[in-house]
Ligand binder design. Structure first.
Ligand SMILES: NC(=O)c1ccc[n+]([C@@H]2O[C@H](COP(=O)([O-])OP(=O)(O)OC[C@H]3O[C@@H](n4cnc5c(N)ncnc54)[C@H](OP(=O)(O)O)[C@@H]3O)[C@@H](O)[C@H]2O)c1
Length: 251
């Protein structure tokens, strides 16, 4: 099977950073398939991308929680490009208020399912296709929150930790098939997800700056990246705090 190298599927394309990732790929001449739950809004975004970058841009409905639909969604992606896509970026995510997730299991489950189960369900399908073709890339937005559980967001953090471990194993599995798997761990980004939160400005990236770093990393074949880069060092320090001390911290 042939691979359309400069084609990419963005799942969760209406996320603040997903829009910016689409823009970065379009600047580089990629044909894009935008996938998400609001098809009208996706069409507006696609029109904007087509006008500004003169690339082909199509839209498809995608619900991360409708696992049974993911096989059909993959078929639609292949049909839309007329070929196997060159890569996929999983941007869908959900972070509820931590206390609500503690009290209400449905909220906790939605957090786990959107960030982890949905990614596993979809990306396994892309993995099988890319493995068969012997090329392709799979990128997903995990989070620094998955590097160590903290009381302020450990249910979301657990989902992202699972996603990080999943991507590590997938990278190991697909290495011999020449398929690239990129784990993206953003720190704070100024997006709809963090709206209203008191983010420390020097540690916070705009979605545009973050997307630029992410797409560059994908195209240079990175394995695991922190965005902005300094979060690698911050998280290294946080991981090294001994547990007897960490458990007492208000973090
Ligand atoms: N902002 C940060 O500081 C930060 C830090 C680390 C990691 N991240 C991760 O970065 C990714 C992008 O988030 P963001 O910051 O750009 O926030 P965002 O704008 O809130 O994006 C989240 C996106 O996920 C989509 N989504 C949620 N449930 C979905 C479902 N069932 N099916 C399909 N799409 C679904 C939402 O779609 P709708 O538009 O339909 O609601 C929304 O477009 C997420 O994975 C997030 O966890 C963010």
């Amino acid at each position: 099977m042939l691979i359309s190298r400069k084609t990419v599927v963005i799942a969760g394309a209406l996320s603040s950073v997903g829009r910016a990732i689409a823009d970065q790929f379009a600047r580089r001449g990629f044909s894009i398939l935008l996938a998400g739950r609001d098809v009208d809004e996706l069409k507006c975004l696609a029109d904007d991308i087509k006008v500004r970058h003169e690339v082909s841009c199509s839209v498809r409905f995608f619900d991360a929680l409708d696992f049974a639909s993911h096989g059909g969604f993959l078929d639609q992606c292949v049909e839309s490009f007329g070929n196997t896509p060159g890569g996929v970026v999983y941007c869908a995510g959900y972070m509820a208020d931590q206390e609500l997730a503690q009290m209400d299991f449905a909220t906790a489950k939605r957090t786990l399912d959107t960030n982890l189960s949905g990614a596993v369900s979809l990306l396994e399908k892309f993995a099988a296709l890319f493995e068969e073709c012997g090329s392709g890339f799979i990128a997903a937005l995990s989070s620094v929150a998955g590097d160590r559980g903290r009381k302020s967001n450990y249910i979301y953090g657990a989902a992202k930790a699972g996603l990080t471990a999943y991507l590590s194993g997938l990278r190991n599995r697909l290495y011999s098939a020449n398929v690239q798997v990129i784990t993206i761990k953003p720190g704070f980004m100024d997006t709809a997800m963090t709206w209203g939160m008191p983010l420390p400005a020097p540690l916070t990236a705009s979605p545009e700056a973050a997307a630029k770093a992410m797409v560059k990393a994908i195209l240079r074949g990175a394995n695991v990246i922190y965005v902005p880069f300094f979060w690698r060092w911050i998280m290294m320090i946080i991981r090294y705090i001994p547990e007897w001390q960490f458990k007492k911290m208000n973090i």
